[in-house]
Design a binder for this molecule. Structure first.
Ligand SMILES: Nc1ncnc2c1ncn2[C@@H]1O[C@H](COP(=O)(O)OP(=O)(O)OP(=O)(O)O)[C@@H](O)[C@H]1O
Length: 620
């Protein structure tokens, strides 16, 4: 049953006399905070239902004694327009911004004889978006909205204790509401009014708990300037029903809005995290893929850093297998287009008659075999990067069409007259000397100029031998991981041999040689099969087709390794020493434990220590 208050504190000294400029107030009374622990919850409290009072009949006495007043009141009640209330409830229910719900709540207290409305919230974690959780956790109430009589805004509302002063929730109200029970005081006799209520002229009140699924969120209260009894009991009863709807609507709207905000926040965080992860993956890919610390590769990377963020066309020039495609990917990853597609076209692999369709797409039926519409590479790369590998292989008669897209950004799919507009950044690569091709009339000069806005020369591997050990280790690890075996060791002798070789097939050939060696390795020992061509002069222009398979070139004789592979005892000791030093250096001289040098070398820490002693290895 709704409660009336029999016991009340005069809490004039607990009104929270501090003046504040905000609209959020601590609720204090009797000089202390109201805490939920002050009012232990009865076990079965939440299971009870609390019906509202049935609407009382207007006093028959009044009808008899003062028929005029009775009629006036009856007319007023009959003509009560609840449309604004319904509109307010709807707008609260649909609102997704918690602070706007609070704002609207403060406008919901209008009603005949309603002098003041107040909304207190528990500063729980759930409501953190609205009220900062208090250090005493969620046990204090805060006044988050209130309004004065009729249209007077809280700003102008002159309270006896000054503007913005707090009318605190009183103990009996709190006690009832936090158990989910409304607290009703229809007249001063049934409500032991505190001094501030007397001063303000509040004669009656009703307070409703704001509950969500048995959870007490706060209190909504209204105060009246006259006793709501006798002829006004019916009005008060109607107000209570509206009040109950108001409290329930606010509770649901608030919980939904807070949850919605939380979802938005999480979605934002997730998006950000995804972006960071994508970036991390990209950087990792770059770091993992582009191996090398030679000066010449560093110079290439400097140029890539400069040109990547621009939209300039880049022409990568270099022998086959030098890493031009990897560098093209690096340009894309470091550009502002990196969230969009990187599309590769190998111009040397497209049959002549399919070039146009490959680049620009086609519509169904435009030629024999065009059984459905096809999107061309330019369309796929819209807002991204199009990598034209082996660009020197594009037939002369198509070069004009390509030039037009590069100049105007428009093209027509085969069999379609409508132009398409695209925004594509071009990175091209070739192992041909394009100036010679231009001179020979096989490549359009205007297209050459268009493509080579920013030419980058990628040095062959033999001109950056410093990169060889790093690349070799990288490829050993990759191959071992793929084969699910532990990575065989690369010893100084291997390195020496790899660095002596001329690598006409560049990094691709090195990768092949290493992969083969890993496949053939036994118990961590690796044999390299490299054809000794150290004196061979690499051709000026080369492409993959002009060369026999490097793997075939490197096929070892079926017999045992050649005699030059045998090393002396002294060389062996030096190699061992070097190997141990490398492991120690790599682990910052940590001998044992996870990721320690002993683990790297695949031996026991005690064995490593005794070898270090034998070889005279001491920390530098
Ligand atoms: N710096 C590098 N670090 C790691 N791997 C590399 C590096 N350079 C090249 N590679 C690897 O070598 C192989 C050949 O590289 P890529 O295909 O990029 O060369 P390319 O110059 O484009 O060759 P082509 O002209 O024949 O198309 C690839 O497997 C690539 O991953």
């Amino acid at each position: 049953m709704p409660q009336s208050n029999s016991k009340l504190h005069d809490d004039s000294d607990g009104l929270g006399t501090e003046k504040t400029t905000g609209r959020v107030f601590s609720t204090t009374f009797s000089g202390r905070d109201v805490t939920i622990s002050d009012f232990p919850l009865p076990e079965d409290a939440k299971k009870e239902t609390f019906p509202l009072p049935s609407t009382p009949d207007i006093q028959p006495k009044l009808q008899k004694k003062k028929p005029k007043s009775y009629n006036r009141l009856q007319t007023k009640l009959n003509s009560l327009d609840i449309t604004p209330f319904l509109d307010l409830m709807l707008s609260v229910a649909h609102e997704r911004d918690p602070s706007k719900i609070i704002e609207r709540a403060s406008t919901g207290y209008k009603g005949t004889h309603v002098t003041m409305g107040a909304f207190w919230l528990r500063p729980t974690k759930k409501m953190a978006a609205i009220v900062t959780p208090h250090s005493s956790a969620d046990t204090m109430l805060r006044l988050v909205a209130y309004s004065g009589l009729n249209d007077r805004s809280p700003l102008n509302w002159d309270h006896a204790l000054g503007t913005y002063e707090l009318a605190p929730v009183t103990e009996p109200i709190f006690d009832a509401c936090q158990r989910g029970i409304p607290s009703i005081g229809p007249s001063p006799e049934e409500w032991d009014r505190p001094a501030w209520a007397i001063k303000e002229g509040y004669q009656a009140y009703s307070s409703f708990p704001v509950m969500y699924n048995d959870e007490f969120l706060g209190i909504l209260s209204t105060f009246y300037d006259r006793p709501m009894k006798g002829p006004f009991a019916q009005l008060h009863s109607m107000h209570q029903k509206m009040h109950k709807i108001f409290a329930d609507t606010v509770a649901r709207a608030l919980v939904n809005a807070v949850a919605f905000e939380e979802i938005q926040k999480l979605r934002g965080e997730l998006e950000l995290e995804n972006q960071l992860l994508r970036r991390a993956v990209q950087e990792k890919r770059l770091d993992n893929n582009l191996i090398g610390d030679s000066d010449s590769l560093a110079r290439v990377m400097e140029q890539i850093d400069v040109v990547s963020p621009t939209d300039a066309s880049v022409l990568l020039l270099g022998e086959s297998g030098t890493g031009k495609e990897l560098l093209a990917e690096a340009i894309h990853s470091r550009s502002t287009r990196n969230q969009n597609a990187f599309v590769r076209v190998n111009c040397s692999a497209i049959p002549h008659e399919l070039f146009e369709s490959e680049f620009f797409g086609h519509v169904k039926g435009s030629f024999t075999g065009a059984i459905r519409d096809r999107v061309g590479r330019f369309q796929m790369a819209d807002n991204g990067t199009l990598f034209l590998d082996e660009v020197g292989e594009i037939p002369l008669e198509l070069q004009g069409k390509l030039l037009r897209v590069l100049q105007e950004g428009t093209f027509e799919p085969v069999g379609d007259e409508r132009s398409r507009k695209v925004n594509v950044r071009i990175v091209a690569a070739t192992n041909k000397d394009l100036t010679k091709e231009v001179a020979a009339g096989r490549f359009r000069q205007d297209l050459y100029f268009r493509l080579s806005v920013f030419p980058i020369n990628v040095p062959p591997l033999r001109e950056r031998r410093n990169d060889i050990p790093l690349l070799a280790r990288h490829f050993i690890n990759l191959a071992a991981k793929r084969m699910n075996i532990s990575a065989p060791r690369l010893n100084p002798h291997h390195v020496e041999r790899l660095q002596e070789y001329n690598w006409p097939g560049n990094v691709r050939e090195l990768q092949n040689v290493i992969e083969r060696a890993v496949i053939m390795s036994h118990s961590g020992n690796m044999e390299l099969y490299i054809q000794d061509n150290s004196n061979a002069t690499p051709p000026q222009e080369m492409n993959v087709h002009a060369y026999p398979s490097t793997l075939a070139q490197a096929t070892p004789p079926a017999s045992a390794p050649p005699p030059q592979d045998i090393i002396t005892e002294a060389e062996w000791t030096a190699m061992q020493r070097e190997n141990i030093m490398q492991a120690l250096e790599a682990t910052n001289w940590r001998v044992q434990g996870n990721g320690g040098a002993a683990e790297l070398l695949g031996i026991k820490p005690t064995t490593l220590r005794s070898r270090m002693q034998k070889l005279g290895i001491e920390k530098r």
